[in-house]
Design a protein around this ligand. Structure first.
Ligand SMILES: [Cu+2]
Length: 148
């Protein structure tokens, strides 16, 4: 009897612990520069249920010359998304659209900042994810891994 009570208590406390960790918003800050770079190559999301991502363009160049956004997708969708964004053109801020896009900021010029929030439930275990900029030519260098 005592043993089963201990099991029940143990079970209940594990529910409390898992539900407590179930809603964790993680702040992630990424800087983009006039040198066509992000200041990080890795975005860690383990243990987070939600990511509050702030992209800051710390440079001075205007959006038309050195605009940056931050888009997240499966690695296998990245190429198609970059192609679609390039086709969308500057008039549409090289928008990556919504298909296969996990999250995306607006295109920012120097001095601009945007914060977006998205749930990590959009990530599937076993899939590789990337974050990148869809301004034409930038994703060759402005790219990093999203780790789950
Ligand atoms: Cu860029």
């Amino acid at each position: 009897m005592k043993l089963s009570m201990r099991l029940v208590v143990g079970f209940l406390s594990s529910i409390v612990i898992s539900s407590a960790s179930y809603s964790k918003t993680c702040d992630v800050a990424v800087d983009a520069t006039d040198a066509m770079s992000f200041n990080t190559k890795v975005m860690a999301t383990a243990g987070c249920t939600e990511i509050k991502l702030t992209l800051k363009h710390v440079g001075k160049l205007p959006k038309a010359a050195m605009g940056h956004n931050l888009v997240i997708s499966a690695e296998s969708d990245m190429k198609n998304i970059v192609t679609a964004a390039t086709k969308a053109g500057f008039a549409k801020d090289y928008s990556p659209g919504t298909e296969h896009v996990i999250a995306a900021t607006k295109l920012l010029g120097g001095g601009e900042t945007e914060t977006i929030t998205f749930p990590t439930s959009k990530f599937k275990k076993g899939t590789k994810y990337k974050f990148f900029c869809t301004f034409p030519g930038h994703s060759a260098i402005m790219v990093g891994d999203v780790t789950l």
